[in-house]
Design a protein around this ligand. Structure first.
Ligand code: B4P
Length: 193
C-alpha cells in the first residue's frame, strides 16, 4: 500500500498531476472536488448541499466530505486498490485527523504529503484560463480569491500536521506540467528506493 497526499492551493496543479501519477504509479486517484462535482451534476442530496458552498469558494462541511471519502476508499479497497493519491483532501486539520484515523482503522497510513508551491499571480492566471476553457462556476475572480483565502487560513496548517510526522515534501509547482511531473516522480521514485 502506498498512500500519498497531493497538496497545494487551488490552481497549483493537484488534479492535473494526481491524474498522471495515478496512471504511472498504479494508484487510485481520489479527488474530493471531482466526486462533489459529479454529485452536483447528478443532483444527489450531497450535490445539492455541496453546490451552495463550492459556488462561494467555501469548504463543504467536514462530516459530509469525510463520509463521502470513507465510502470511496472502502469501495476501491474492495476492488483491490494498491494505494491512493488523495487530491483535495485533507483541507483542514480536522480532515487530516480524520484521514489518519480512517486509514489506521483499515491497516494503512499516509506515507507522505507532496506540496506544490506556486505564486499567487500564477494561481489566479491558471484558474482564469481554465474558466475560459471549461467554464467552471467557481473559477471567477471573486470566488478564486475566496478559495485562496480559505486555503491560507484553513488548509495551510495541514502542512505542519504532516511536517511533525516527518512526511512533508515540498515541490516547486512553477513551470510546465511535464517539468512539475518530473519533480514529483523524482520524490516518489526516491522514496520507493
Ligand atoms: P478542487 O476540485 O480540489 O479544485 P482546485 O483546488 O481548484 O484544484 P484542481 O485540482 O481542480 O486544479 P489544478 O490545480 O489541478 O475543489 C473544488 C471545490 O470543492 C473547493 O473549492 C471546495 O469548495 C470543494 N471541496 C473539495 N474538496 C473538499 C474537501 N476536502 N473539504 C471541503 N470542501 C472540498 O489545476 C488548475 C488549472 O491549472 C487547470 O486548468 C490546469 O490545466 C492548469 N495547470 C495545472 N498545472 C499547470 C502548469 N504547470 N502550468 C500551467 N497550467 C497548469
Amino acid at each position: 500500500m502506498l498512500n500519498i497526499i497531493l497538496f497545494g492551493p487551488p490552481g497549483s496543479g493537484k488534479g492535473t498531476q494526481a491524474k498522471r501519477i495515478s496512471e504511472t504509479q498504479g494508484l487510485v486517484h481520489l479527488s474530493t472536488g471531482e466526486i462533489l462535482r459529479s454529485a452536483i451534476a447528478r443532483q444527489t442530496p450531497l450535490g445539492i448541499l455541496a453546490k451552495k458552498y463550492i459556488e462561494k469558494g467555501e469548504l463543504v462541511p467536514d462530516e459530509d466530505v469525510q463520509q463521502m471519502l470513507a465510502n470511496a476508499v472502502d469501495r476501491y479497497l474492495k476492488e483491490g486498490a494498491k494505494g491512493f493519491i488523495f487530491d483535495g483532501f485533507p483541507r483542514n486539520l480536522s480532515q487530516a485527523e480524520f484521514l489518519d484515523k480512517m486509514l489506521e482503522e483499515r491497516g494503512m497510513q499516509v506515507d507522505y504529503l507532496i506540496s506544490l508551491e506556486v505564486d499567487h499571480d500564477e494561481l489566479v492566471r491558471r484558474l482564469l484560463a481554465r474558466r475560459e476553457q471549461e467554464g467552471r462556476s467557481d473559477d471567477t475572480l471573486e470566488v478564486i480569491e475566496n478559495r485562496l483565502a480559505v486555503y491560507n487560513k484553513l488548509t495551510l496548517p495541514v502542512i505542519e500536521h504532516y511536517k511533525a510526522q516527518g512526511k512533508f515534501y515540498p515541490v516547486n509547482g512553477m513551470g510546465t506540467i511535464e517539468e512539475v511531473n518530473r519533480r514529483i516522480c523524482a520524490i516518489i521514485n526516491q522514496k520507493r528506493g
